[in-house]
Design a binder for this molecule. Structure first.
Ligand SMILES: Nc1ncnc2c1ncn2[C@@H]1O[C@H](COP(=O)(O)OP(=O)(O)O)[C@@H](O)[C@H]1O
Ligand SMILES: O=C(CO)[C@@H](O)[C@H](O)COP(=O)(O)O
Length: 505
């Protein structure tokens, strides 16, 4: 029997899954971590934290599964996207990685916008210019840490660091590279025009491959540390939106997922680049040449629940879900805006904060728990609406990520979206996507489509919308949108004031 390993490098944890050649998930190991926020709005992780989690989960799987390392034919990666990892000429990490949820590069995004102007950004970048993406983060280092910037020899994405440690070679893949703002999405290459206009040397950026490309074998050092065989093939992997799509069997154009990880996304498979003139959604390269993904992104989805739960009572998810199921739709009038770390879709504004509205003397912690789940779903509903206006409408959505483990969260999502939800049997969809890509790279599967046919199965029952709940949620959803429209300026002022005060401490 041959086996495959998929590694999913998330914002809050790293998960390693072991799959057999028939597509069955044998076991999963995970390690949690936090991100550091040394200043208000900053979000950083040291790549060694990821590598340590990667090594430990692999060792655990080899120990507990008792399969022989030589039986593992291939390994690949899914990674949190957009973050900047910087290496010097000796392949040493220069500073902690600046993550996708980092809001420090305000001035750099203004600079990029001023260099290109709106029309050129639409034509060239085809995405909103937003903080936390590799390009503005790199410019921030150039402006604020020039002595470190001088040392940079390579810059790449988070999962590329794990691949580098595994193979000893620096490389990236089209899907992750296309999500840096430095990439020519229509022609699948680093953009000469973007980089030369910003005076950034092209050779900082590594060679890119397709997600399923065979990138060689595990190097000796990685084999010694992890226990993996040096005959195991490493496939290039991809950004987590692309990999969770594979793990959910999203191989057809118009297939769509709604994901609640630390952040949240509504993501469509598309067969040609599409411009959203409002630039409040994202569009990146997909898992193969003629495939792209279009999605709306909520910055703090699962993160909102994790934050709120830690802040309030810190109960287990089972208890929390039981409590949420006992509260009526609408949470007794409490509405939560999930802007803990700014918001991408639809507001494209890193300088926003979250808020609870409508708390009253009868509000309990249980109402607030449900309100947090509903607020995240309202935000994802805005992503669905915007994609719908661009012509992408889903008859069903495949629910994905950690949030899909919660029955009440699934039900209230179906009720808010008024769309039935399908759920994959595997709970680790991005990791499964990585294992399928590993299978193609190692020749176990002919292509992604065959891997998905073998590995992806759905639960029998759809989660269906309940009409009376949907009616009620239509009212709340309108109020959710109205709150933002009425309070936008105050929210922004309060956010900046709070950050400045924290800075002065
Ligand atoms: N059983 C559960 N019930 C409710 N929410 C859950 C449950 N398990 C995970 N989550 C949510 O999913 C989030 C983690 O999702 P995950 O896809 O693992 O994120 P990441 O890949 O960013 O680490 C948690 O922050 C939490 O909000
Ligand atoms: O920002 C995006 C996609 O644009 C996220 O997909 C991040 O890549 C992180 O994912 P999670 O760790 O929150 O699931």
């Amino acid at each position: 029997m041959k086996y495959l390993m998929g590694i999913d490098l998330g914002t809050s944890s790293l998960k390693t899954i072991l799959m057999d050649e028939n597509g069955s998930v044998i076991t999963v190991a995970n390690r949690s971590y936090q991100f550091d926020s040394p200043h208000p709005g900053y979000a950083e992780q040291h790549p060694d934290v990821w590598w340590d989690a990667c090594v430990k989960t692999i060792q655990e799987i080899l120990r507990t599964s008792r399969i022989q390392p030589a039986e593992i034919a291939g390994i690949s990666f899914s990674g949190q996207m957009h973050g900047a990892v910087m290496l010097d000429k000796n392949y040493q990490v220069i500073r902690p990685a600046i993550l996708h949820c980092d809001a420090r590069s305000d001035q750099q995004i203004e600079y990029i916008r001023s260099v290109f102007g709106l029309e050129k950004i639409r034509e060239l970048v085809m995405n909103p210019v937003y903080t936390g993406f590799l390009l503005p983060s790199l410019l921030w280092v150039r402006d604020n840490e020039p002595e470190l910037y001088e040392k940079i020899r390579y810059v790449f994405l988070p999962k590329d660091y794990l691949k580098f440690k595994m193979t000893g070679e620096v490389s990236s893949d089209f899907s992750d590279a296309s999500a840096t703002l430095a990439f020519d999405i229509k022609n699948n290459c680093w953009s000469k025009e973007i980089l030369s206009s910003l005076q950034i040397p092209m050779d900082l950026f590594p060679f890119c491959y397709e997600t399923t490309a065979n990138k060689g074998k595990i190097c000796r050092e990685a084999s010694e540390i992890t226990g993996l065989s040096s005959n195991t093939i490493v496939a290039a992997g991809g950004g987590d939106q692309v990999m969770q799509g594979i793990g959910n069997g999203m191989v057809n154009v118009n297939d769509a997922t709604v994901n609640i990880g630390s952040s949240g996304q509504v993501c469509f498979q598309i067969d040609q680049p599409v411009l959203n003139p409002a630039l409040n959604t994202n569009m990146f390269c997909g898992y193969k040449n003629d495939r792209w993904i279009l999605f709306g992104a909520t910055m703090s989805a699962g993160l909102s629940l994790k934050w709120w739960n830690q802040l309030s009572r810190g109960i287990g998810y089972d208890e929390l879900n039981d409590q949420v199921a006992r509260i009526q739709p609408g949470s007794g009038g409490v509405i939560f805006l999930p802007y803990l770390n700014g918001e991408r879709t639809p507001h494209v504004n890193p300088n926003l904060s979250g808020a609870f509205f409508g708390v009253n003397i009868n509000t309990t912690n249980m109402h607030m728990n449900r309100a947090v789940m509903e607020g995240v779903a309202y935000s994802l509903m805005q992503c669905i609406e915007i994609c719908g206006n661009l012509g992408y409408k889903a008859k069903t959505l495949v629910a994905s990520g950690g949030g899909a483990r919660s029955k009440p969260w699934l039900q209230l999502q179906a009720d808010i979206y008024n769309i039935p939800l399908k759920i994959a049997k595997s709970e680790e969809q991005a990791g499964s996507g990585a294992a399928i890509a590993a299978g193609v790279g190692a020749g176990v599967f002919a292509d992604i489509e065959e891997g998905c046919r073998k590995a992806v199965q759905f639960q029998d029952e759809l989660v269906l919308p309940i009409e009376k709940n949907h009616k009620k949620y239509c009212e709340y959803y309108q109020l959710y949108k109205d709150i933002y429209t009425s309070c936008r300026d105050v929210l922004q002022q309060v956010t900046l004031l709070g950050r400045n005060e924290e800075e002065l401490k």
